[in-house]
Design a protein around this ligand. Structure first.
Ligand code: SF4
Length: 435
């Protein structure tokens, strides 16, 4: 079966040794993200009592839902913190990217009365799970849980709402090659779990009102809104107006204290101003992959509708509207090494990412990295994919941090605390860098 190929046995200590100046938490986090994690039956039983995976955007799993015989998709946690253990790791938050036990060295088990993380059956760290936030107890009259409208991610720092779990870049001629949003929506709906594809303004406002006005936890700070690309009008609204109407309604209900991040396609300045006036603080127009030729191949819809150079220009220009630390395009780091089109040497891929950090940060942009999860239902998941070398991720994170310091940029605004023991980001290690 195509997909991620088996990993080659390796020595985790050798990476700690080779990258002495890099926090061990960064190395472990990136390693878990690239290889995935499995949960024993007992660990799943325990984790089902906590905030479980909500599939708030993509699947982020390395195994197909059809292979989850233990209903991992219902019982596994959204994220988990690891800490302590023989290396005295500082606390680090991690996304649960499920993988079969025989295909990853990382396993969470219930041991000596608590959840623990193991690497090749060696105890590595203690595991802490996020309790269900109070608003997860609420449901709409039709039985839809509020958690299906907005997931509590980054340990609750972000209330993540995918307004539209479907993308109008449709099919292999338009969808980004690493993305499984459309297939994930179809497959999750089939499991019988509540899975709204399109959320109404009233539903979103009701849930945000509950989170920020009625049941607020101290950790809550930011609303993260996203959705698939809109290229044709949706419900008589253009791309910009479709998302702006949600932002205005949320602001009306919860006021101006809480931050709103919004992800859309790359927009011209006038459109950015509409969003800012509506109440958006930070804008994310994801570039995904930096190399020009790979962008064209990997993001055919973006290339056809906007074009790679224009996309990058719009991102840089939008700093004039939102300000530094508030323009945050994501990169799916590692996918530029994917077969059949990608780089063959990880060093070339890392050099491409370093070029991206340099160019964008020199323009006041604070890009971010989201380590590639090889999702079986994406286009790239249909090919045999060698595991991305850990060196690649570590060097991309080092470069991000060094470039960010070089340009003396602010942190990404109200996205996550930064630094070891503080970061709540689950997507990659670069925000766990530093001291
Ligand atoms: S723009 Fe690309 S990555 Fe984003 S939802 Fe559409 S296909 Fe997926």
């Amino acid at each position: 079966m195509p997909g991620k190929l088996p990993y080659t046995k390796y020595d985790l200590d050798s990476y700690f040794e080779k990258y002495k100046d890099v926090n061990k938490e960064v190395i472990v986090k990136e390693d878990i993200l690239r290889l995935g994690v499995s949960f024993t039956d007992r660990a799943l039983e325990e984790s089902s009592n906590y905030a479980t995976k909500s599939y708030y955007l993509f699947s982020y799993d390395q195994m197909d839902i059809d292979e989850m015989k233990k209903k991992e998709f219902i019982n596994a946690p959204e994220c988990f913190k690891f800490k302590g253990g023989p290396y005295g790791l500082r606390v680090s938050n991690n996304k649960t990217c499920l993988e079969k036990p025989e295909r990853t060295p990382y396993k969470v088990d219930f041991h000596d009365g608590q959840l623990r993380l193991f690497w090749e059956n060696n105890y590595l760290a203690d595991v802490e799970l996020r309790p269900k936030p109070p608003y997860y107890a609420y449901k709409f009259p039709d039985g839809t849980p509020y958690s299906d409208v907005a997931a509590s991610v980054f340990w609750g720092y972000l209330s993540f709402c995918c307004i539209l779990r479907s993308c109008q870049y449709w099919g292999h001629k338009e969808e980004c090659l690493f993305c499984d949003i459309n297939t994930n929506a179809r497959k999750q709906s089939k499991t019988g779990r509540p899975f709204m594809v399109h959320k109404s303004i009233e539903e979103v406002v009701t849930v945000m009102d509950t989170i920020f006005n009625k049941e607020r936890e101290p950790v809550n700070h930011t609303i993260f809104l996203t959705g698939g690309a809109i290229v044709k009008d949706l419900k008589q609204k253009s791309n910009v107006e479709f998302y702006a109407q949600y932002v205005r309604a949320i602001r009306e209900k919860i006021g101006g204290r809480w931050t709103i991040h919004l992800q859309t396609t790359a927009l011209e300045k006038d459109d950015c101003k509409i969003l800012k006036d509506a109440g958006v603080d930070c804008h994310h127009a994801n570039i995904e992959v930096w190399d020009k030729e790979l962008f064209k191949k990997y993001c055919p819809g973006k290339e056809a509708k906007v074009g790679r150079d224009e996309w990058v220009k719009r991102v840089c220009d939008s700093v004039d509207v939102f300000g530094e630390g508030r323009v945050v395009p994501t990169f799916v780091s590692g996918c530029e090494l994917a077969r059949p089109y990608g780089f063959t040497r990880w060093e070339d891929a890392a050099a491409s990412m370093k070029e991206a950090w340099e160019y964008l940060m020199s323009h006041g942009v604070t890009p971010r990295s989201s380590s590639w999860i090889i999702e079986p239902n994406s286009f790239l998941g249909k090919y045999d994919q060698p595991v991305i070398p850990l060196e690649y991720y570590i060097e991309v994170d080092i470069a991000w941090y060094e470039t960010w310091k070089k340009y003396n940029l602010p942190p990404i605004y109200n996205f996550s605390p930064m630094g070891p023991g503080r970061s709540l980001s689950i997507n990659s290690g670069h925000l766990d860098m530093g001291s």
